[in-house]
Design a protein around this ligand. Sequence first.
Ligand SMILES: Nc1ncnc2c1ncn2[C@@H]1O[C@H](COP(=O)(O)OP(=O)(O)O)[C@@H](O)[C@H]1O
Ligand SMILES: [Mg+2]
Length: 341
Amino acid sequence: MSDKLLEVRDLIVHYETDEAVVEAVNNISFDVSAGETVGIVGETGAGKTTVGLSIMGLLPKPPAHMIQGSIKLKGAELANTAPEPRNLLDFEVRGRRKRLDRRLEKQYRTIRGKTAAMMFQDPMTALNPVMYVGDQIAEVIRIHEKVQGGEAVKRACGMMEMVGIQASRYKEYPHQFSGGMKQRVVIAMALACKPDLIIADEPTTALDVTIQAQVLQMIKELQQQLGTAMIFITHDFGIVAEICDKCMVLYAGEIVESGTLPHIFGNPKHPYTKGLFGSLPSLDTESERLLPIPGLMPNPMSLPVYCSFFARCASKQDSCMEGNPLLAEMEDGHLVKCGKA
Ligand SMILES: Nc1ncnc2c1ncn2[C@@H]1O[C@H](COP(=O)(O)OP(=O)(O)O)[C@@H](O)[C@H]1O
Ligand SMILES: [Mg+2]
């Protein structure tokens, strides 16, 4: 078995509706080792959440379809890419797919919370509005650790204290908590069973800046304390700089650049990554205005057959329309998807 905690290979995920096919994730491969923090950066619609949901087995099916790829968590294959039935009467193909989905769902029930847990952007989607916050944490512990009620309550109180909430607030409802406190509860739930991997999907985006910094600091400390690996999804390079070991830049469902922080921050190669840095405010330069990258990400319902960044690229050439470049290694562990970089 490899020492990788998570291995994602050649993952393709589409959302298929009656009107169109959304090509959300297009051939993504990456690894996460134990204890490592990997950032996924990209603008809205780049496919970040879809990657997270795919790993957790939480894609809404339909409309989501995993077309291709492999997702191995601690060596166990979790992707269902069995062929789709071509018509309504294709019972055998449909049956095979359903049986595999049922088997994977059973496997996922032991994985979620215990091996991998996901923190969502909006705490209200993760919390039950009519259940005590303490009980919500205790429930996670009871389900996964098979402990008695009293013990689960005790451990839930411990988790509350760990994320900076007094255990005396156990019997309060989510609406009695501020945004930052609710997010702390979500973090406590995700960490309650000490998972090997946490997928944090913009967990601090809904918070105001000072609270955001506190919550981030806390996630980082707890993660180090527990030795948990983390995939941190964000659109903010500042957060990546603060807490990640490695980083992947996602654009129109593809990784356009990935590497260590020194690779990405010290030696960015892809025109999109360079553009993102150009649009960050800096204290050193005198420029009065930020320079956003002009244009929009292409519509994932009709992606070009050539480089998807072409329309916005500052260093494009005619030859860039001849094909879609592959992600290639520029230096040890630094991958770039651009023929001109
Ligand atoms: N349930 C869905 N049905 C149809 N399209 C979807 C669905 N969820 C996401 N998408 C589309 O898939 C693409 C990627 O979305 P998402 O993974 O949420 O990106 P991100 O998290 O980077 O903002 C977007 O174009 C989005 O509109
Ligand atoms: Mg998202």
